[in-house]
Design a binder for this molecule. Sequence first.
Ligand code: ADP
Ligand code: ZN
Ligand code: ZN
Length: 752
Amino acid sequence: MIARVALEIALRREFDYLVPDELRELVAEGTRVKVPFGHRKVLGVVTAVRDDSPHTNLKAIDKVIGGKSLVTPRVLELARWIADYYCCPLETALKSVLPESVRREKDGWKKQLFARALPLPAEMPKLTKKQQYVWNILEEWRELPMQELIRLGETTADTIRRLEDKGLLLISSQTMERDPYANEHILPTTPLVMNDEQAKALDTILAALGDARPAAVAPSAKATASSSKVFLLHGVTGSGKTEVYLQAIARCLEQGKGAIVLVPEISLTPQTVERFKARFSSGPLRTLVAVLHSHLSAGEKHDEWHKIRQGRAKIVIGARSAIFAPIEPLGLIIVDEEHEHSYKQEEAPRYHARDVAVLRGRKEDAVVVLGSATPSLETYFNAKKGKYVLLELPHRADNAKMPIVRVVDMRQEMRRQKGSPIFSVQLREAILQRLERKEQTILFLNRRGYATSLQCPACGFVAQCPNCSVALTYHRKEQKLKCHICGFDSPAPTKCPEPKCGSREIRYSGLGTEKLEDAIMQGFPHAKLARMDSDTLKKKEDYRRILTDFRLGKIDILVGTQMIAKGLHFPNVTLVGIIYADLSLHLPDFRAGERTFQLLTQVSGRAGRGDIEGEVFVQSFTPFHPAIQYARRHDFLGFYEQELEFRAQLKYPPLTRIALLTIKGRNEDKVAFLAEHVRKELEPMLKEMEDLVIAGPAPAPLARAETFYRHQLMLRTRHMSSLSKRLNELLKHLKLPEGITVTVDIDPVNLF
Ligand code: ADP
Ligand code: ZN
Ligand code: ZN
């Protein structure tokens, strides 16, 4: 028996190993193994099992890791597709499909010592006073973790071991399952009665899922009939999409299948998780809901993952990488907020979890539901073409009205008030009104720090990061200048650092959340205020604490970056202010308009989710920009149509697909030279692929980051799979000089 193995050290090829007799039973596709490689032992995954090998003198597999194959054959197939399509080595793709803590050689269970009382011996041994005290406690509890007994008995491990010697108790090690939500008290919920729109959407999804009978009985041939199984659930914020998800999952459980729910990391709030746990915590469909996200400890991730692998958790809710969760059989995949850019991984493998979801659904004959209030152009385009089925929820479920959105022209405000005001007169009035009425306000500004640049009017100096081509941001509380790209920081100067100048007239300009917070304290001295951005949230409890305070009404005004744009649901918030809506509009990215439209719609959606109608103020210097105007009117379709026209004219996605090649290195000339060389290597493809367009090379919008210069080539085609194939070949043969790297990003969401 021969096993083909992909090794964890990236070599872009697989190796054959002999399977020793004693491991035969354990080795299958997807098994993790340890094998000799040169003088080392390395970890890898079995990708195929066969009878012979073209190679001779094969070495044998050392050992099997983790028993049952950790990568299911289906997930292995996904990894192969990712490697091909996203142009990365299979080993790199495989690394992503298992959490780090599950991949480790040592098994990751947490063991804890327990003391358990034994039946009393015929003759009670003599005990010291201290021993007797401890024994009394254990006799009562029968079993306790050692640490707990030590605490309760105010004693030491030694005393307890003495008791073991006397035959009164037994100390043994047991596996402790870590549950990140153990302390949460969750009240069960039951399905809501759906409104007509929800019912229609749900019925269509249920029809695709098939009958309620367990999967084994249902004639699967009928279910696989060519009808599409991918749905776009386009529903305004608060339209009750989550309730549709919950009831679709219930059907899936009735059939004996499981579900994967993807949500963006940022909206994986305790509130969201709770809604899923609450529905399936009791009743006949009771199951564990596993949670996977980056704020869990490695141990917690390990245990959550194994709950899924063991089949105890039939539902997993998680961020991007949860798309690889080993749910079997899989009935349903939900991708909430499918337009979110965080579904794209920004390091190899550069996969897009939404696109992987669609592919996994197809391979496993599972239904896929993509949900959003502001679908990406790509997804909506697919729905319009009939590739996905479009389901619409145009109204809020609880009959709450959509908020009134007022766009404020800040150019006029500049004239009206002196200088550059942070608040327009209207917004200031509205905040005062809310404070009076004891209602809550959210103020949104997507830029942290105090000021965005330090300039010297005397000599023109601007503080730049020494490692990146960006200006440094001033953080006042820490009195530091910081780079938001590489993390560089230096003390904030009090005079111009230019040696010949030294002027004390230096100016900090541009607005960040820290300064906004200051302005609120000055403008509304009696308001209770909290700020939420990655500078204020240092510990993992901070987020939860601020949200709880906000819910309890201990905070009047919540200020934050996009961290507060999503998923929050507070009925008493009746006002949302978007301080500077243009911020994302002028980025050098063809998606700037789309991003702005989405952000404005999402943020506006935080207002008026209770009985009182909400109001939103959008402050802008370009108030007539289509992205702002369509968002004001809650007109997704209008926005989509004009944006699609613009994309069509420029041959951008969704009408084509993009591959972005970035050449990086510390020596700028070398980078430029190599970029030209890559362009030449690509040119033959122009003849083979008729619709291929190659732009560049040119310096990237972020021309230098973390000391590396960056040049880019942008390739566009409608036939990405065949371009991927060619790029994979190219990468295999491309000879790179020392210090230069080339990355390939297929379907990039970030063009910097
Ligand atoms: P979305 O996920 O589309 O943003 P939610 O599922 O969060 O919307 O629903 C918004 C609010 O409406 C929630 O408070 C939810 O409990 C409520 N809701 C949803 N469906 C119904 C229904 N059929 N009847 C009454 N309330 C509903
Ligand atoms: Zn100066
Ligand atoms: Zn930097």
